[in-house]
Ligand binder design. Structure first.
Ligand code: MSP
Length: 634
């Protein structure tokens, strides 16, 4: 059993939790849940950073004492994580005695070892970042992060001899390529270290700032906020009397956003080295979310309350979007449209439909104690696809590559959806002679759902639990995530509405699929961009309409019989308010040919006709040169 100790940054209490904080905390939560699933000993720490100039200022502006103010906001963070289902084992506050004690011990140790001296320094300071900026880092005279004016601060203070660790740190980074990941951030830290490293001012005079931990060797000074804050990772687990945290420190990994790379990549390892405390194992750095191109941080103004969208669309959907849309290490752009698109396509359509189709079919056929029919190639392919997905998830999770892990699980979901289409259990169910094959297909489906109930657990904990409950499964373990061993079909309860589809507002002019159980409005023009490989999954073909008739009792639907190459199929299109059936016969239209069948007003539809819509007028996509039906549209 390995041990995994993961920390998030401790968040400043001068603002309420927002999407950015939620992103880091959710990533950490997914990682910890994954390690628990793998059977590891896991410890997950988050908390709040409560000292410093800025917090004292905000509290004063609110007419409160800093402690009363910090108590209030720390409680909001705690409650936020509880509501989001975050599974942290501890929540540390820098105003707690257990933390103050360790900070003072470490300071005294460094002071006694001659690592701290008294001196004077003047430089450009950002109160937002609570740090000095070097001439090189300053952009147009402003803080590069907050774009606010810097203050020239000159005062007598205590300094940590950080400069003497410059060569040591460069060597450590060169010898340990995985110390900071992704690599771009390791390179960025090596970049900082190409400039001479300054000593670090680690105190503030109490005459100017009262709100901090007093230096143990000079109580006219309080500890500089970063020196205080970074030590939380250590103070939370260094009580020798605490069984739960014993032996954790050697395994610590941090996850942070790129904004606080320098304190974590430079100050922190040099502090640890000087204090004789083992270094952290790995620093994992993610990029920044932006909203409409501008950075989403409290100081820039466009704060997004994490709950606004989680409450609207559900916690799992919110988690999924954050984990799926951000390439770990790179920046990402947040929009509600892109969120809703992902929810509809990946969660409602791919996963939700699969869960509901599979459980409906299994519930209708009933449990089977022993499946006798041997497996076929199609069943074996599903088992292989599951094994591939699990291996890919394991590889991706080593590097916090959540988007890759989810991509691999969705490849599996895609293969199971295709398996349902091609094995057509609804057709097998009509023929008693085919019952043995039906049982085998349902067994493979139950097995696949069981697999999803496990591997989705770190990413979509609520949905995964619902899937497991529907199948009567117990606590999940990664070890049990194997498809191909099940020989019975369990009794299941039907799953419906795992992720309800969200109706999107029509954009001004859009290409809109007409038909077939999609119930989906057109996608907005501002929707997230997709890679060409996503587009290539859609098989668009020219089709010739052979016959057309109204679907009884429906105002909107026409039932078409169409030819696609050699094949004739039935398709339902929502065009009856715009075209007479006779208008369509003989026309060549464009269809989505590889869509899962759907039943609409009792008619099974196999495909979707494309049309453009504007201001209530609909126009079918046709050809401007004649081509045979079945021709590929690309
Ligand atoms: N208190 C310090 C951290 C001390 S750790 C010893 C701090 N606090 S903070 O409240 O400003 O939180 C910064 C962190 O919040 C980022 O590193 C990141 O984890 C998260 N994020 C804040 N805004 C974010 C985005 N727009 N996008 C992604 N993550 C963001 O710095």
């Amino acid at each position: 059993m390995s041990t995994f100790y993961l920390t998030t940054p401790i968040y400043y209490v001068n603002a309420r939790p927002h999407l950015g904080h939620a992103c880091t905390t959710i990533m950490a939560d997914a990682m910890c849940r994954y390690h628990r699933l793998a059977g590891d000993r896991v410890y997950f720490l988050t908390g709040t950073d409560e000292h410093g100039e800025r917090i004292a200022q905000v509290a004063a502006a609110a007419g409160k004492s800093p402690q009363a103010y910090a108590d209030e906001i720390a409680a909001v963070f705690r409650e936020t994580w509880r509501r989001l289902g975050i599974t942290n084992d501890d929540f540390i506050r820098t105003t707690e005695p257990r933390h103050r004690k360790v900070v003072q011990e470490v300071l005294q140790r460094l002071f006694d070892a001659g690592e701290i001296y008294f001196g004077e320094y003047g430089g450009w300071y950002c109160y937002g970042c609570e740090r000095f900026y070097t001439e090189k880092e300053i952009v147009d005279g402003k803080c590069p992060d907050h774009q606010t004016a810097l203050t020239f601060v000159k005062e007598k203070n205590y300094f940590f001899k950080m400069s003497k660790y410059q060569d040591w740190l460069i060597k450590h980074l060169e010898d340990n390529p995985a110390f900071i990941q992704p690599e771009r951030y390791r390179n960025e830290v090596l970049g900082f270290l190409r400039e001479p490293l300054q000593d670090l001012s680690i105190s503030r005079p109490r005459s100017r700032l009262e709100w901090g931990i007093p230096l143990p060797f000079d109580d006219k000074y309080v500890t500089y906020v970063w020196f205080d804050a970074l030590l939380n990772y250590y103070s939370a687990v260094s009580d020798p009397g605490n069984e739960k945290t014993r032996g954790l420190w050697e395994h610590v990994e941090h996850i942070i956003g790129k904004d606080i790379l320098k304190p974590h990549g430079v100050y922190w390892p040099t502090m640890l080295k000087a204090a004789g405390i083992p270094l952290y194992r790995r620093l994992n750095v993610h990029g920044y979310w932006s909203l409409g191109g501008s950075k989403m941080s409290k100081s820039v103004g466009n704060v997004v309350e994490a709950f606004q969208l989680t409450d609207k669309y559900g916690h799992d959907a919110f988690r999924y979007f954050l984990l799926r849309e951000m390439n770990f290490g790179l920046d990402a752009s947040f929009s509600e449209e892109a969120f809703v698109d992902r929810l509809n396509a990946d969660l409602a359509n791919d996963l939700g439909n699969l869960a509901s189709r599979a459980t409906t079919l299994i519930a209708a056929a009933g449990a089977v104690a022993q499946v006798t029919e041997p497996v076929e190639d199609a069943d074996r392919e599903i088992a292989t696809s599951a094994a591939d997905a699990r291996a890919a998830v394991e590889l991706a999770m080593r590097d916090f590559a959540f988007q890759k892990a989810l991509g691999a699980i969705w490849t599996f979901i895609g293969s199971v959806n295709r398996y349902v289409d091609t094995s057509a259990p609804w057709a097998l169910a009509k023929d008693p002679a085919k019952r043995p094959r039906l049982e085998r297909v349902l067994c493979t489906l139950a097995d696949s759902l069981g697999f999803l109930g496990i591997v989705l657990d770190p990413f979509l904990p609520d949905a995964a639990r619902k899937i497991r409950e529907a199948l009567g499964q117990g606590a999940p373990t990664l070890e049990a995530a194997v498809v191909g061993r099940l020989t019975a079909v369990p009794r299941v309860t039907k799953i419906s509405g795992l992720f309800p589809r969200i109706d999107t507002k029509p954009a001004s002019t859009t290409l809109s699929p007409q038909g077939i159980g999609q119930g989906e409005g057109p996608k907005g023009e501002t929707a997230g961009k997709i890679p060409i490989t996503d587009f290539q999954k859609v098989d668009l073909r020219v089709a010739e309409v052979l016959t057309a008739e109204r679907v009884p009792k429906s105002k909107k639907l026409l039932k078409l019989s169409i030819r696609v190459g050699e094949e004739t199929r039935t398709l339902v299109a929502g065009v009856a308010e715009h075209y007479e059936p006779a208008d369509l016969v003989g026309r060549k239209v464009v269809i989505v040919a590889n869509l899962q069948p759907a039943t609409l007003m009792g008619v099974e539809s196999n495909g979707m006709v494309l049309a453009a819509e504007h201001g209530g007028t609909l126009s079918l996509l046709t050809l401007d040169r004649d081509l045979p039906s079945g021709a590929k549209v690309k």
